[in-house]
Design a protein around this ligand. Structure first.
Ligand code: GLU
Length: 492
């Protein structure tokens, strides 16, 4: 689809997410996508996906795929795109030519070594590093002399030092920068033979794209504030209308530092693999920097879209709160229909190497219903269900201690004597059997229950005991477990 083909009306809101495919979809980018999506939906506008792949060395198709998959998984559907910047080089080069022609951009022949010396001098005298605009006014002869030396120029865009740049940020209110803070005239195209236009750079192509795609609101992380100041100058130079900007707070680690790879998981794929649900993830990400007026914590994307606006986006960084994410995830899991949850758990059990027939549907759904109330993440179901899949499992220390109590010998014997491993067993039958064993072994019901739990599940804590037993019984694993436990008692 061509840019803007989908018609949203003349003055419609148009926003975009513009990830660089130099890594997997990051939680920060995904959260920015959430805010863009919510804003677009709130206003009935368009959400555009643009892949910023001008950095050819670091961009990879598999990251583009990962970004598309991640956004789709989260339900952040886009209306237009994906557009790829590498398909649009002619557009950027034409725009650079316009700037060159009107004298707002020029060729700079400084070598890396010269720039390094400049930086070192500035550092030595305590100045902030900046380009000193020394090639702004080269004569044709000077340029030819550099060409004769074999130098390849970059193209720089002029930034006047005394220029004040002010915008009314939708989140941060009025923001002002001055030209001097922007590091001197900025490079907009990489080195190429004099007269040619080299690879255009990020800060420039973003503006050309946002103009061409008629983006009305640029919603992105606070780390882009300095870019915004530069980009506003580019809009002006290109004679384009400046869009509105909203800089959203950064996501911080639980200790308040910038969230980084060191915090463990940062890509959306990581969260998916850990067993977080997409609905819980987007719900949680929405709360990373925004709160709904009714202070609700749990909502769908569509519900949030109804209420979303910048007035409730925080200025301060948003600390990542694992407890809240876990709480939300568990809520979504507990409310999910057993059938759907079973479909999500089957592949996890398969990956864990458990052997079972996926068509044994009733048993699998009963198992799902059994573990669901205890799940925080989907992956918790792997360890939690292990005793129901694997014929022989290790006893925990606590379970062994229970099994080795004196009165348990009689309990296990009574159970083994009365249990017919092949006959059907239901809840009433199981309860009756327990009563019979209480009498036969002359112990309290609690002793029987604890012994059963230890023997059947090899743990002292876990999901409902009777339901676990019935599931084991259906797969004829209960009698052998009791015998396995008995072997543990007689060893002593
Ligand atoms: N490509 C930039 C990034 O991944 C985003 C640029 C923008 O939103 O303007 O950080």
């Amino acid at each position: 689809m061509a840019v803007g083909e989908k018609v949203f009306g003349e003055n419609a809101v148009r926003v975009r997410i513009a990830p660089s495919p130099t890594g997997k979809l990051h939680i920060g980018t995904a959260r920015t996508a959430v805010f863009n999506w919510l804003f677009a939906r709130h206003h009935g506008g368009a959400f555009v996906l643009r892949i910023e792949d001008t950095d050819v060395e670091r961009s990879r198709p598999e990251y583009t795929e990962n970004i598309r998959e991640g956004l789709t998984w989260l339900g952040l559907t886009w209306d237009e795109g994906p557009f790829f910047q590498t398909d649009r080089l002619d557009l950027y080069k034409a725009a650079i030519q316009t700037l060159l022609d009107q004298g707002s951009a020029y060729f700079c022949f400084c070598t890396e070594a010269e720039l390094e010396t400049l930086r070192a001098d500035q550092e030595a005298t305590g100045q902030a590093p900046r380009y000193d605009n020394r090639h702004r006014h080269l004569t044709a002869e000077q340029q030819q002399a550099f060409v004769a030396e074999g130098r390849l120029p970059v193209i720089r865009f002029k930034i006047d030092d005394d220029r004040a740049i002010t915008w009314n940020d939708q989140v941060r209110d009025e923001v002002t920068w001055t030209g001097t803070d922007l590091g001197g005239d900025m490079v907009i195209a990489r080195r190429a033979p004099f007269g040619e236009i080299g690879q255009p750079l990020y800060n420039f192509v973003v503006v050309v794209d946002d103009v061409d795609m008629r983006i009305t609101h640029i919603i992105r992380g606070e780390d882009h504030v300095a870019n915004t100041a530069k980009q506003i100058l580019l809009y002006e130079a290109l004679g384009a209308e400046v869009p509105l900007f909203a800089h959203t707070p950064l996501i911080l680690s639980p200790t308040g530092k910038k969230l980084s790879k060191r915090d463990g998981v940062t890509s959306i794929e990581d969260f998916r693999k850990m067993g977080y649900l997409p609905d819980a993830m987007v719900n949680y990400m929405t709360l990373l920097g925004w709160s709904p007026p009714d202070a609700q914590e749990r909502f769908t994307l569509a519900e949030a879209a109804e209420q979303f606006g910048f007035e409730r986006v925080n200025k301060a960084g948003a600390k990542f709160d694992w407890d809240k994410l876990n709480w939300l995830n568990s809520q979504y899991i507990h409310d999910m229909a057993t059938d759907r949850l079973t479909n999500l758990l089957i592949p996890l059990w398969q990956e864990a190497g458990y052997e079972f027939d996926p068509l044994d549907r009733l048993w699998l759904e009963q198992l799902t219903a059994l573990v669901a109330p205890s799940l925080v993440r989907l992956n918790d179901a792997i360890d939690m269900s292990r005793y129901l899949f694997v014929p022989t499992i290790e006893y925990s220390e606590e379970a062994i201690a229970q099994i080795q109590q004196d009165d348990v010998v009689a309990v296990l014997q009574a159970l083994i004597d009365r249990l017919d491993g092949n006959a059907p067993l239901d809840e009433t039958g199981a309860q009756e059997l327990i009563q019979q064993v209480v009498k036969a072994a002359g112990v309290k019901k609690g002793v029987v229950m604890r012994s059963l739990r230890a023997a059947l599940t090899c743990e002292m804590h876990g999901p409902d005991l009777i339901q676990s037993w019935l599931l084991l019984h259906q797969h004829q694993l209960d009698l052998s477990r009791l015998q396995q436990a008995q072997a543990q008692t007689s060893r002593n």
